[in-house]
Ligand binder design. Structure first.
Ligand SMILES: [Zn+2]
Length: 157
């Protein structure tokens, strides 16, 4: 069952405040000529590194890259394939609707994360923060097993 939690920025652990601050810092670089949307994201890896990413739109729309995917790609490109947390600062002015993440990003991130991966959504005002865990928002990621494709990912929980 989907669950999300609301917390004030001040009550977050320091590393999560840092993730949000990093996501806010890059959000201005979000690129979309069609919508003008700007999204920033920052992922934390199992060895404690932080990588950021922004949305990169394309005139075709179908080739858009979401900030979460961009951040994960930056981590993987530096040899870090185990992610533990992400903070996202979406394009909405406020996050009072809670967490509304796209399935493409959830599937993409689940390649590099287990169910305890923490999903944090904040706004630039650093007021209300929502969080959940991958196991609660995306409990059964595709692991390749449906097609009988041998995959070491299918053994992961
Ligand atoms: Zn997405």
């Amino acid at each position: 069952m989907f669950r999300e939690y609301k917390i004030s920025f001040d009550k977050l652990p320091e590393d999560e405040k840092e993730l949000i601050n990093e996501a806010i810092a890059v959000r201005k670089f979000g690129y979309s000529t069609r919508s003008g949307a700007k999204v920033g994201a920052a992922v934390k890896t199992a060895n404690g590194k932080i990588y950021t990413g922004v949305n990169v739109g394309n005139v075709t729309s179908t080739l858009n890259v979401h900030a979460e995917v961009a951040a994960a790609c930056n981590a993987v490109g530096d040899g870090n394939v185990k992610l533990t947390k992400i903070a996202i600062v979406p394009f909405e002015e406020n996050t009072d609707k809670g967490i509304t993440q796209c399935g493409v990003c959830l599937q993409f991130l689940s390649e590099f994360a287990d169910g305890n991966f923490k999903y944090i959504v904040a706004d630039e005002k650093r007021e209300t923060v929502y969080y959940t865990f991958l196991k609660d928002i995306f409990p059964k990621p595709f692991r390749g097993q449906l097609r009988g494709v041998p995959s070491k990912l299918s053994k992961r929980k």
